[in-house]
Design a protein around this ligand. Structure first.
Ligand code: GUN
Length: 293
């Protein structure tokens, strides 16, 4: 078997076209231009490139984006003041604070300072809690993007056994919750594995859907996959490569070529989940603007 490679760029482009039409309608009928404030603290190269990509994506579908950069040694107080200003700015419907933050800043405090109605990352405890009980909430972008990829690729989750490898607050935990909700995009039996799991392969081999979100190259090898399983690779890892123009290349958590020969569906890195994360951020910002009081 050779897996169907899921084209995340294409799925993302389809959704962005849908969003662009919504933005035009919102502008024409309500006079509202959805606005996203992006906050970057410090100059971590990976974070910088994510932030640039987010701002470019905003422009492409007609959103207003407001770029806010603070030095790595800024005080927590100055960051909280900026968030307070953005919470009260009527041009801003969504606030995104790029993570991780420098060590001297308390990430939880910062996330809790964002108005839940502008929390387009879906990280505020109010949105996390609403998601868990199945109420309307901003869904975190990467898990929501994974659900969209599964749905739009025709991969059935209802009754399937989904095994998630990774338990982060950003991916593993929310994804587990979304997949077990009694909804069209969920209704799966979910197992969450992590660095404390004994005999990881015992679990992954039982999976109809494997979601790799461990943040380590080659975490998922072909022997760990049941023939015909669908494999979604959330990993984004930089590995040194002197041949590559930038001296590194991006790889996921999955041994791509070997797993491709065994799986039914597989997402590439780059070009799989990555473009979906930004797309769902745009989706949440448009949602926030259409619900703004
Ligand atoms: N860092 C890595 N992923 C994310 C994300 O989805 N949102 C934010 N704000 N920071 C991140």
């Amino acid at each position: 078997m050779s897996a169907i490679i899921i084209d995340g760029k294409q799925v993302a482009a389809d959704i962005r076209a849908e969003l662009k039409a919504k933005v035009e309608k919102l502008k024409a009928t309500a006079g509202v231009t959805p606005g996203l404030a992006v906050v970057l603290v410090g100059d971590d190269p990976a974070s910088k490139s994510y932030v640039t990509a987010k701002e470019k994506a905003c422009a492409e579908i007609g959103l207003f984006s407001d770029d806010n950069r603070l030095p790595a040694d800024c005080s927590q107080e100055s960051l909280l003041q900026l968030i307070d200003r953005l919470n009260h700015d009527p041009r801003i419907h969504g606030i995104l604070v790029q993570l991780p933050l420098p060590k001297h800043i308390d990430e939880t405090q910062v996330i809790m300072a964002i108005d839940p109605a502008k929390d387009v990352d879906g990280f505020h405890p109010v949105n996390v809690g609403r998601m868990v009980i199945g109420e309307k909430a901003f869904l975190p972008c990467t898990p929501h993007g994974v659900l969209q990829l599964l749905q739009r690729s025709g991969i059935k989750t209802a009754g399937a056994h989904a095994v998630i490898v990774g338990r982060s607050n950003i991916v593993g935990k929310p994804l587990a919750n979304l997949l077990l909700q009694k909804t069209a995009a969920g209704n799966a039996t979910v197992t969450v594995c992590h660095t404390g799991t004994r005999d990881l392969v015992h679990f992954t081999r039982q999976a109809d859907i494997v979601i790799a979100a461990a943040g380590r190259p080659n975490t998922i090898t072909a022997d760990m996959i049941r023939p015909g399983a669908a494999v979604i690779d959330v990993g984004v890892n930089r590995v040194e490569d002197p041949q590559a123009p930038r001296g590194y290349r991006l790889v996921g958590d999955v041994d791509f070529e070997a797993v491709r020969a065994k799986a039914s569906f597989l997402t590439p890195v780059p070009g799989g989940v990555g473009p979906m994360t930004i797309t769902m951020l745009l989706h949440n910002t448009v949602q926030a603007a259409s619900e703004a009081r």
